[in-house]
Ligand binder design. Structure first.
Ligand code: ATP
Length: 319
């Protein structure tokens, strides 16, 4: 393989730039040409493609977002859209593509591979919701953003003796909420994978009140539903002064953590290695600190699972 392409797709995540940098530098190190595709699969179909040089990825390792931009494309989901995308890559002489994104993006990459165009997936999403990797690029940074925000909320919660419901991202996955719950010492963690009954959450809050607790923090994953509604129910039931904070897109931005930069560099480089070996149709990941890869079919047919031991621990430490 002499010429490869790289794109970012789906929701952006801190560390995507570090992954793009790793792909470009590793490819050039091995004397490959590398092309950046702008605006994800949408840009791929439009031929929004430019040659990358060593300097194209200078000064981006520390930046959030993605210099290649990201988009969601309905047209690319069609057979016709995928054929157009392959035609564009042929026009530029690109022989393999690295797709940095989430599971939706990998379905697209899988389709291209099935049509004879080798693609490698690199997991970039704050949600940590992809099987076959212990961590996705962006998760650690988003977790640290949440931890910092909840620490600040805790200060004011104590001053005013309030209960706070804090809604965090994660799509259908509870990882961000669970990890933040443990890291912030939350009273309860409400996640899609394990529903704690409303009665039990209320009972815990009341026990805390009797014990003289000055504040209570409940972290709720967005996959459960509205934090606002949950907060209202809590206030009605407990009569405690309850406030709700929806952290929102602040969780998607910011400079990537050291861990995310290292992860992105390792996974981006591995993706290039695979394409150079003529391998496509796989996602790279990290398991037990070893860089691995799995066939797309193994990833996309499975459901991501949370660590139930951590959930139990969170409950035990918040009695
Ligand atoms: P995140 O979960 O972080 O938002 P994602 O990669 O799952 O990231 P999606 O919006 O699901 O985000 O997918 C990104 C793009 O991938 C879509 O806009 C679409 O172009 C393409 N895609 C998604 N699903 C498919 C599919 N089944 N077949 C072909 N292409 C797909």
């Amino acid at each position: 393989m002499k010429r490869i392409g790289v794109l970012t797709s789906g929701g952006d995540a801190p560390g995507m730039n570090a992954a793009v940098r790793a792909v470009v530098r590793k490819a050039i190190f091995h004397e490959l040409d590398v092309y950046g595709v702008y605006n994800g699969f949408e840009g791929l179909m439009e031929g929004n493609i430019k040659k990358m040089e060593l300097g194209s990825v200078g000064d981006i390792i520390q930046r959030g977002g993605t210099i290649l931009y990201s988009a969601r494309s309905m047209d690319f989901k069609t057979d016709k859209g995928q054929k157009i995308a392959i035609e564009q890559m042929k026009k530029f002489g690109i022989e393999g593509l690295i797709v940095i994104g989430g599971d939706g993006s990998f379905r697209g990459a899988q389709k291209l591979t099935e049509k004879g165009f080798p693609c490698i997936g690199v997991p970039g999403t704050i949600d940590n919701d992809i099987p076959g990797t212990d961590y996705t690029i962006g998760f650690d940074t988003a977790l640290n953003t949440i931890v910092d925000a909840v620490d600040k909320i805790r200060d004011t919660a104590t001053s005013h003796e309030r209960t706070y419901v804090i809604e965090v991202m994660g799509r259908d996955a509870g990882d961000l909420a669970l990890w933040a719950g443990l890291a912030n010492g939350a009273e309860s963690v409400i996640i899609p994978e394990k529903q704690e009954s409303f009665e039990s959450v209320v009972a815990k809050l009341k026990r805390g009140q009797v014990r003289g607790k000055k504040h209570s923090i409940i972290i709720l994953a967005e996959g459960i539903g509205s934090g606002m509604d949950y907060g209202k129910r809590i206030e009605e039931e407990t009569k405690m002064d309850t406030r709700v904070t929806v952290l929102g897109h602040i969780q998607r931005g910011g400079s990537p953590s050291g861990y995310d930069r290292v992860l992105a560099s390792r996974l981006g480089a591995k993706a290039v290695d695979l394409l150079m070996d003529g391998i496509g149709g796989r996602m790279v990941g990290i398991q037990n600190n070893v860089v691995v890869s799995h066939d797309f079919s193994e990833i996309l047919d499975k459901k991501h699972e949370i660590n139930m031991n951590m959930y139990e621990l969170s409950n035990q430490l918040s009695i």
